[in-house]
Ligand binder design. Structure first.
Ligand code: COA
Length: 290
């Protein structure tokens, strides 16, 4: 199965086995590509997990598969959970506490997106994406807040880099992600005194994800790759590693931050000089020619 982790993750990674023994993570959108791999890494490192999604069959199947990664792992899959509906989330929190004991970590990852020019985007379409992404993130924080406070927990919001500049055909998702980043920072300040950390992860172009396959059209794909300074797409495991870092004690003093994991893609559209091919940029830097 592509884009999932296996026990090799533990062999090849720098993380200490059992890092998250006894921890429980609550993940919205956990059956989707990126959030699933984030969950897999945490489970391999000892955590139990609950993943939530709208599609019950997909969510329950993913939970069963993730649970096979580590003997004794408990992974609940809760379907029919729409993050736009706070009651769905509070019911999921209650079930998690009943079956897994508590919640230490939260990943607010559920998102909806499509490409649409502003001129053909309906008000309902804008509202729908904003409701899934932004209100959904708020609802996730709200529903898990008591658990986060009780366990001095940590919430990670999955964001994006869409809103750092003007990006065509993404007015809806970019506005929602800007709101999520704002929420991330406010919660760090408001909930920090209770021992709660709030951070974001902004993935760039990650291979094998719906976000890249569906939202980057074929005719501009090659050109878009040429703008990534590290010269390649990111991997889901690189988002998982960023997640492990933030939840680990190594990031115990990090809060209110958005960790961008994008090979410097968004930086590379900051001005005309970025349109030199990478070979010219590298040569110019080495020889001090430019
Ligand atoms: N372009 C323009 N408008 C679109 C659209 C598109 N591709 N897809 C949906 N919409 C509009 C609909 O027409 C509707 O507006 P209208 O009532 O004015 O016609 C509005 O968005 C709501 O659509 P609906 O299908 O009822 O919403 P939903 O809640 O069932 O689905 C979406 C949510 C729209 C985000 C859907 O794309 C989805 O569920 N995606 C799966 C998850 C996903 O996108 N993940 C992203 C990973 S990057």
């Amino acid at each position: 199965m592509p884009n999932t982790l296996g026990p090799d993750y533990l062999k090849n990674s720098v993380w200490k086995p059992h890092l998250f023994d006894g921890k429980v993570v609550f993940v919205t959108g956990g059956a989707g590509t990126i959030c699933r791999v984030q969950t897999e890494a945490l489970v391999l490192l000892g955590a139990n997990a609950v993943i939530l999604g709208r599609n019950p069959a997909k969510t329950e199947k993913a939970a069963k598969e993730i649970a096979t990664l580590r003997p004794g792992a408990k992974v609940l899959g809760i379907g029919n959970c729409d993050v736009r509906n706070i009651e769905n989330l509070t019911a999921a929190v209650d079930r998690t506490v009943k079956e897994l004991g508590h919640i230490d970590f939260v990943i607010a990852g559920a998102a909806g997106n499509f490409l649409s020019p502003f001129t053909s985007l309906s008000s309902n379409a804008f509202r729908t994406v904003t409701e899934i992404d932004l209100i959904g993130a708020f609802n996730t924080a709200k529903a898990t807040y008591d658990q986060l406070r009780e366990h001095k927990g940590h919430i990670i919001f999955v964001s994006a880099t869409l809103h750092y500049k003007g990006l065509p055909f993404q007015s809806h998702a970019a506005a929602a992600k800007a709101g999520i980043d704002s929420l991330t920072k406010t919660l760090a300040v408001e909930l920090g005194p209770m021992g709660i950390q709030s951070n974001g992860i902004a993935p760039g172009p990650i291979e094998g994800t719906e976000g890249f396959d569906r939202l980057v059209p074929e005719d501009i794909r090659q050109r878009s790759l040429e703008l990534i300074p590290l010269g390649r797409l990111g991997k889901t495991v690189e988002i998982a590693d960023a997640t492990v870092y933030l939840f680990s004690p190594a990031a115990s003093y990090v809060t209110g931050q958005i960790l961008v994991v994008d090979g410097a893609e968004w930086q590379s559209t900051s001005g005309a000089m970025n349109y030199y091919p990478h070979s010219v940029i590298a040569t110019g830097s080495q020889d001090n020619k430019l």
